[in-house]
Design a protein around this ligand. Structure first.
Ligand code: ADP
Ligand code: MG
Length: 326
């Protein structure tokens, strides 16, 4: 018999006890983060939660008050230069110079990274192509749409071929189509082996992209886990029955108890954990009661439920969900 020892992937980013205050305002109150290499990690929190502060600290732009911090295997306090060489940062606010063209912005970045001229030009052209900016490359960046600017911003970040990328709210303010384009590009980056540290205020974005999510609330990590793990922390699963005929709907409402009804949409919500066993007994019971819905759908709680449960002034005396997860 052979035994294999599973080795956890190395951590691209690790923080232990990260603290930061501005004056007497504590923004990060001793947070722990662990981001495996090659994954997408999302720091999720409302405006003012401290996301940008965390990104600035981990990318060496701001110093922490306390904490052991490692990025790309380098101790941030001892060797910030090595950290800087391993990372790329796309800030919440664009670094694009609107007065020059997209291409010129890219060439400027190539020069900053001391790429030989020919190699710099080639890298810039390849990245402009990859981010669908070839056509616009010779136009002043000020004429770009919000989505194009964000793409140029990320393309500029990639000029130095960083293995670890910090993207601070990369889709805030973008229209739905540009958001989806951005999501596809982020997935491509990770497929190529990069590690992405992404901040967002959007639950659907974290759900869509992140392998792991940390919810930042009042300076602390309120919960951490995969989207599915977080969803399991809160109740809210239900089965929804939809009727097209008001008569059938009213007959169903008359026999069902413990349900939430919507007279306008002709729908009924029945609490459920969504397991096969529970669904089977629910269906049997509906059959026996003569309830025949036109549509049945199973809903698991979404990140919205989690977020509001964790950050919505929840009772602080209860067990912290992060304890339950670890
Ligand atoms: N340089 C600074 N000086 C003083 N306060 C700051 C500074 N940077 C951020 N803050 C404060 O720290 C808090 C967190 O800010 P930030 O990290 O930008 O949050 P987020 O990115 O989640 O919106 C906010 O209350 C903000 O006003
Ligand atoms: Mg911010």
């Amino acid at each position: 018999m052979t035994t294999t020892t599973a080795t956890a992937p190395p951590l691209a980013i690790e923080a232990r006890g990260l603290r930061k205050a501005f004056g007497d305002k504590t923004v990060l109150d001793g947070i722990d983060l662990a981001v495996p290499a090659g994954s997408v990690f999302s720091l999720l929190g409302p405006n003012g939660a401290g996301k940008t502060t965390a990104v600035k600290i981990l990318s060496t732009l701001v110093t922490a008050d306390a904490g052991e911090l490692f990025v790309g295997g380098h101790d941030l306090a001892a060797d910030p230069q090595a950290v800087r060489a391993a990372i790329g940062v796309t800030g919440q606010f664009s670094a694009v110079d609107g007065l020059i063209t997209g291409e010129e912005n890219m060439h400027l970045m190539a020069d900053l990274h001391h790429l030989p001229r020919r190699e710099g030009r080639r890298a810039a052209a390849a990245l402009l192509d990859r981010f669908d900016l070839t056509e616009a490359a010779r136009k002043p960046a000020a004429t770009y749409s919000g989505g194009m600017r964000r793409r140029l911003d990320i393309a500029m970040t990639l000029v130095g071929s960083p293995r670890i990328l910090f993207l601070d709210e990369p889709t805030t303010g973008l229209d739905p189509r540009s958001r989806h384009t951005m999501w596809r590009m982020i997935r491509d980056l990770v497929a190529d082996g990069a590690t992405v540290f992404l901040t967002t205020q959007y639950l659907d974005e974290a759900d869509e992209l992140a392998d792991r999510i940390a919810v930042l609330s009042e300076g602390r990590i309120a919960a951490t886990g995969s989207a599915d793990e977080l969803k399991r922390l809160v109740p809210g699963g239900h089965v929804r029955l939809r009727f097209t005929d008001p008569v059938g709907y009213r007959a169903a409402v008359a026999v069902l108890r413990d349900v939430t009804t919507d007279d306008e949409a002709l729908t009924v919500r029945i609490p459920s954990d969504g397991t096969q066993r529970e669904l089977r007994s629910l269906l049997d019971w509906l059959d026996a009661a003569g309830v025949e819905a036109d549509e049945l759908s199973v809903h698991t709680p979404d990140l919205d439920d989690v977020f509001f449960a964790l950050t919505g002034g929840a009772d602080k005396s209860t067990t912290r969900p992060e304890e339950a997860l670890r």
